[in-house]
Design a protein around this ligand. Structure first.
Ligand code: DGT
Ligand code: CA
Ligand code: CA
Length: 573
């Protein structure tokens, strides 16, 4: 039983209970538990097996939830979940994936119109039945149709973060098969894309059938879909499909290059080969019938007069231009990160206290952090008004006085309200060390109003940085309608910074936007948005996104030492 499966069960429980109109605190407890387990670095089963440790030591996990987790690990499910599933059809739960369609609306569609699938929902929107429903209207029905289209387009891709532990396990297990001398993941996974459509793995093996047998009987594999001499396609239990290819040693580099992609990148590589009288395919680089390269990727790139290009850059954008000019970036690495400027505590919707978050950050070697709880508008998360915020900052001052070896900034994640004002008055914001301005509500407003809000925040002298700029949730909610270029120019003009929110569901600003920000000279911060002491683990995904943007350590402000960071911050105002 993987942590991911436990997370999914708790998320489903939260959804089902919410559709049934259960107590919001109960719903939130399950959601928090899902997040805690999801953020955990080690398998829950390992904690259960360790007599010296207990699940209820985890943030937000009490005795009741601990017992439920134990039961899930032992039986694979929960009686309570099975019961709730009888009462709410899966099609109704699926409606929650539609942006703007919450549990109350899903429940109404189910009860009033007996809608139990997304297909039925689409029909009911098109026929006008949804628009006539109390509390809906034509605009809502139109929004649902757009949401349905977005889901369809996003397809069944999984977050990179969901695939990573599984890919590591499969590759490690393939390496242990007798006769396998190399195994590595290629495709979008190797490029560190935010989502993975299918997993591509290459192996070099003296006996290809042994490798395929091993994969076919692997505990993570649900079904073998097809199998040939050197190629096998399977469906993993997690729902993702996987291609395994067995390649000869002399073709390994060419195969890696080919199957890493992207398609757009490969098209350019092949064109360059043709220009040089060569042919490149997954078997090698050929002049006429004779192979001239293929053992390593370096050889393949060298054949077309290019240096090796990092997989994260292979999207057919600017990488060839940079490579030809000898200006490929020295990409940022996880080890470069020294600070984290976005996190929550028990003051709002976090599960760790101020002290716990500081200690956890310090234990990870961070030199400085900012504590940035929510502002009042986010009432669901117990957001802070001016009075509570000032008391919270006092508490931060007190606690940071007790700890040495880490700098702690008094921050706030302040909402940019629908009417383009900020959620807290200027005199309060002026007292903060660090102000993140964000959009949370009204993400569907017209472009004009979204731009007005963002530009107002950018002009506010107390705001330092815009957090998760577009408001997108990867694969679920499209970005708010905005002109990113204009926002970034405004930010550059007013000395504002831009965040790469590292959470795998956000990764916002994205790779293209981050590259644009860098080109404008805007300082970029990569933040985890941690909601508990394990939340810091997601930093790696933010760093991958930064690498895809071609960022170097110097482009990212929180790779600096504290004195340098402080200096940059001081220049801001
Ligand atoms: P995904 O699976 O949708 O997340 O994205 P990829 O990039 O992993 O795509 P996938 O699995 O279809 O193929 C893996 C790589 O193989 C792809 O990045 C480039 C290469 N490839 C696959 N099909 C073609 C093709 O028709 N033409 C070219 N040039 N390359 C291809
Ligand atoms: Ca793939
Ligand atoms: Ca594939």
């Amino acid at each position: 039983m993987q942590n991911l499966e436990i997370t999914k069960i708790f998320e489903e429980l939260g959804d089902l209970l919410e559709i049934q109109g259960a107590n919001p605190f109960r719903v939130r407890a399950y959601r928090n538990a899902a997040r805690t387990i999801g953020d955990l670095a080690e398998p829950v089963a390992a904690i259960l097996q360790d007599a010296k440790r207990s699940l209820d030591d985890l943030p937000g996990i009490g005795a009741d939830l601990a017992a439920k987790i134990k039961s899930i690990v032992e039986t694979g499910t929960l009686p309570q979940l099975e019961e709730l599933r009888q009462q709410v059809p899966p099609g109704v739960v699926a409606m929650l994936r539609i942006s703007g369609l919450g549990p109350k609306k899903a429940a109404a569609l189910f009860k009033e119109l007996q809608i139990t699938s997304l297909d039925m929902l689409k029909e009911a929107c098109e026929s006008g039945a949804v628009a006539k429903l109390k509390g809906f209207g034509a605009k809502t029905a139109q929004g649902i149709l757009e949401g349905l289209a977005h889901i369809e387009q996003a397809g069944q891709r999984l977050y990179f973060a969901e695939v990573e532990p599984l890919a590591d396990e499969l590759v490690a297990d393939l390496k242990r098969v007798p006769g396998v001398t190399r195994a590595e993941a290629a495709g979008s996974f190797r490029r560190r894309k935010e989502t993975v459509g299918d997993l591509d793995v290459l192996v070099i093996a003296s006996d290809s059938s042994a490798a395929m047998d091993a994969l076919g009987s692997h505990p993570q594999v649900a079904q073998v879909l097809s199998r040939g001499e050197t190629k096998q396609r399977v469906r993993l239990k997690i729902g993702l499909e996987m291609d395994l290819r067995v390649v000869p040693e002399e073709s390994y580099g060419a195969a890696m290059q080919y199957f890493t992609g992207s398609k757009d990148h490969n098209i350019v590589v092949r064109r360059k080969a043709i220009e040089r009288g060569l042919k490149i395919n997954e078997y090698g680089v050929f002049r006429g019938e004779s192979a001239v390269a293929g053992r390593t990727e370096e050889e393949v790139y060298a054949a077309v007069d290019l240096p090796w290009i990092s997989p994260e850059l292979r999207e057919g954008r600017t990488e060839f231009d940079r490579a030809e000019k000898g200006r490929l970036p020295k990409l940022i690495e996880l080890g470069d990160m020294r600070g984290d400027l976005h996190m929550h505590t028990t003051a709002t919707d976090g599960a760790g206290t101020i002290r716990e978050m500081i200690d956890a950050a310090k234990a990870r070697g961070l030199e400085y952090i900012a504590i940035t709880d929510h502002s009042q508008r986010v009432s669901m998360a117990n957001g802070l008004d001016a009075t509570r915020l000032r008391a919270h900052w006092k508490e931060i001052e007190r606690v940071r006085g007790e700890v040495s070896g880490i700098e702690v900034l008094k921050g706030i994640e302040c909402d940019i309200l629908e009417d383009a004002t900020l959620d807290l008055p200027d005199d309060v914001l002026a007292e903060a060390d660090w102000v993140i301005a964000v959009l949370h509500y009204g993400l569907k407003q017209p472009r004009e109003q979204i731009m007005k809000r963002l530009l107002a925040a950018i002009r506010n002298p107390h705001v330092h940085v815009i957090g998760h700029l577009t408001g997108r949730i990867v694969g679920k909610r499209p970005p708010a309608d905005m002109n990113v270029d204009e926002v970034l120019r405004g930010a550059a003009d007013h000395g504002k910074w831009i965040e790469i929110n590292a959470h795998p569901s956000r990764l916002d600003i994205d790779d293209v936007g981050a590259a644009q920000a860098r080109d404008l000279g805007i300082p970029i911060v990569i933040n985890t948005d941690s909601h508990n002491v394990n939340g810091f683990d997601v930093m790696r995904y933010g760093v991958f996104q930064a690498r895809r943007a071609g960022l170097e350590a110097k482009d990212v402000a929180n790779t600096r030492s504290w004195p340098e960071f402080r200096e940059l911050l001081a220049k801001h105002r």
